[in-house]
Design a binder for this molecule. Sequence first.
Ligand SMILES: *[C@@H]1O[C@H](CO)[C@@H](O)[C@H](O)[C@H]1NC(C)=O
Ligand SMILES: *[C@@H]1O[C@H](CO)[C@@H](O)[C@H](O)[C@H]1NC(C)=O
Ligand SMILES: *[C@@H]1O[C@H](CO)[C@@H](O)[C@H](O)[C@H]1NC(C)=O
Ligand SMILES: *[C@@H]1O[C@H](CO)[C@@H](O)[C@H](O)[C@H]1NC(C)=O
Ligand SMILES: *[C@@H]1O[C@H](CO)[C@@H](O)[C@H](O)[C@H]1NC(C)=O
Ligand SMILES: *[C@@H]1O[C@H](CO)[C@@H](O)[C@H](O)[C@H]1NC(C)=O
Ligand SMILES: *[C@@H]1O[C@H](CO)[C@@H](O)[C@H](O)[C@H]1NC(C)=O
Length: 611
Amino acid sequence: MRAFSISALACFVLCTAAQTFQRLGGCPDLGCIFPPDQVDFLAGQYFDIRLEVHSPVNGSEARVGEPDENFTFTIAKKGKKPVPATLYFNLDEPKLERWNFTWYEDLFAQDASKPSLVNVTSKIYRRVALYEPGEYEATLSYYGEQRTVANWLVRDLPPKRRAKNVVMFIGDGMTTNMITAARLIAHRSVNGKYMTKMALDKFPVLGHQMTHSMDSFITDSANSATALYSGHKTTVNALNVYVDSSSDPFDDPRFETISEVFRRRYPNSGVGIVSTAFLADATPAGLAAHTSNRGEYDHVIGAYYEGLKDHEWTDWDGPDVLLGGGAEDFLESEKTRDYYKLFAEKGYNIAWNNTALDSAPDNEKLLGVFQKSNLATWLDRNVYQANLLNQSNYPDGSGRDAEDLPGLRDMTLKAIDVLDKRHKKDGWFLMSEAASIDKQMHTLDYDRALGELLELDDTIRATIEKLERLGQLEDTLIVVTADHGHGFDVTGSVDTKYMDAQDNDRSKRNAVGYYGKSGLSQYTVAGPNSLQYSEGVHFPARWDPRYTLHSGVTAFPDRRENYQVHSEGPRTPAEAADNEKNGYFASYKDAVTGFVVNGTLPLDKGEGSTR
Ligand SMILES: *[C@@H]1O[C@H](CO)[C@@H](O)[C@H](O)[C@H]1NC(C)=O
Ligand SMILES: *[C@@H]1O[C@H](CO)[C@@H](O)[C@H](O)[C@H]1NC(C)=O
Ligand SMILES: *[C@@H]1O[C@H](CO)[C@@H](O)[C@H](O)[C@H]1NC(C)=O
Ligand SMILES: *[C@@H]1O[C@H](CO)[C@@H](O)[C@H](O)[C@H]1NC(C)=O
Ligand SMILES: *[C@@H]1O[C@H](CO)[C@@H](O)[C@H](O)[C@H]1NC(C)=O
Ligand SMILES: *[C@@H]1O[C@H](CO)[C@@H](O)[C@H](O)[C@H]1NC(C)=O
Ligand SMILES: *[C@@H]1O[C@H](CO)[C@@H](O)[C@H](O)[C@H]1NC(C)=O
């Protein structure tokens, strides 16, 4: 699983420029200002300003001469006189930097290996802030008469603190279609009316947000986490920085996140991070890291451990509670320090299994890492437990199996206990992520993805109950959101018995109950060998009814579908045949009784779906 996501990630990093055909996202002409045009800030939120002047050496924009080394930069509050930035912020003039970079103008240039070369001059102003609310105009002047202008809005802070605590739930990659499907398989309806509702359905306020990336209409978890935690849009793969054109993933202009602002303004407050992903993954990482490359895992774990003190950025010294997967990034190796030892020396208790998590003292800091890679899914932990065996994934690196695993609910409730104990007076912020809704949708494992969504819903329900017991519900803002979504939908039902009995791909398709023939959900009807149907806690009574969901996503590799639960472990829908150059093909053993569905994605994509 993990190897799969790393290779996909590497490609996202390398392919971004080529696929978007932009010299530099957010840079409208040969002068670039970051933060770019149309950005807004909170009053007092720290940020860096990066300026670049480009001199394209060749390609369609080629010009003669070196990039301007004497460009100037001013800031003006609307209606006032522009002031040089050094005066405005009372800073020394930063030193001039120079570099060059290449980019492809289109697919033809890429096929011909003809990148366009750009020479750059640049300056960066570190850690500034605008304290007065209102509209600002930032102007870069270069090459004599040329100007690039960025309009910024500084928003006022509300005078009154409304909530003492915040729990932010993120259903990674979750869409309303998935919520509808999850409700369908876990809640009974009678004549078109649901007898019970999801915890999600009972929230008093429902809103919509747009987390498009700054320069690509498809979003990933890194730039959407950035948008959610900082209010700033950025580029795919970037965490809490605007992406400049230099090759260094750590020199990009940063902006402050909610965890950093919160801890700066309320030094005795606490932060908790919980995820079912490996902890260096983008959604948890967005609360600590500042890098243009989400794949810089050691930077992420280092940022949890010691903040970014080295980088003269904040005094944020890491979360009180950090719970999830990804032991490989904590174990000492050529690339990584022995983070278990370092965290322990800093006063953290370390938990490697659910029993240890449960018994860890609530009044001390807690690091819980429960296996290598992403945590096993709810479906494997609760229904198909044999899939937990022979994984050699115990988080201490000993090679035994991690079997005593917590789920999102166990981790979230424990995190609340610790935060409440340590920061009852000053409040706390907790982010809890159901990561494998996204991860399982990538591999077209709809059952596992929906199981994760239902576990998120169960966690929300249990969180509300816990806050009520602690007397904290009235003082806690609970937000449930997705960060981006996959193009998933349910389009009918499938008679799996009929499908299995057909002997060719075309007649197998007649097993699909389309439109008025889709019937009703069979997942809540208990059958032989099924689980107890649960009231209060809602999961399907069975995952293998005869009539299953006909569902899928809009972007996928060649695959086979039999629309049945993969009881022997998470799906691998496509495999590289012999040579990865020939691309991915449908895996036969993934769905032996099903039919081939030919793919829509480029051939080198073995995972499906949009981000
Ligand atoms: C690009 O920059 C390099 C290094 O600064 C310099 O040697 C070269 O002359 C520049 N090329 C052009 C066309 O400006
Ligand atoms: C930039 O300014 C410096 C110092 O004033 C001057 O020596 C240099 O010639 C200028 N460069 C250009 C390209 O105008
Ligand atoms: C680009 O920059 C690198 C190092 O910064 C330099 O070695 C190289 O010569 C430059 N390339 C060109 C074509 O100017
Ligand atoms: C631009 O110059 C670089 C370095 O000399 C070269 O590799 C590249 O092919 C050139 N690109 C175009 C579009 O001419
Ligand atoms: C859980 O962790 C504790 C503390 O490290 C250890 O003593 C215990 O054996 C572990 N249990 C399992 C089932 O691995
Ligand atoms: C685990 O591995 C052992 C030895 O390799 C094998 O005997 C056993 O069947 C495997 N169990 C599962 C559930 O795959
Ligand atoms: C459809 O998928 C199958 C299995 O991967 C593959 O063999 C076949 O070439 C594909 N057909 C087309 C038209 O891509």
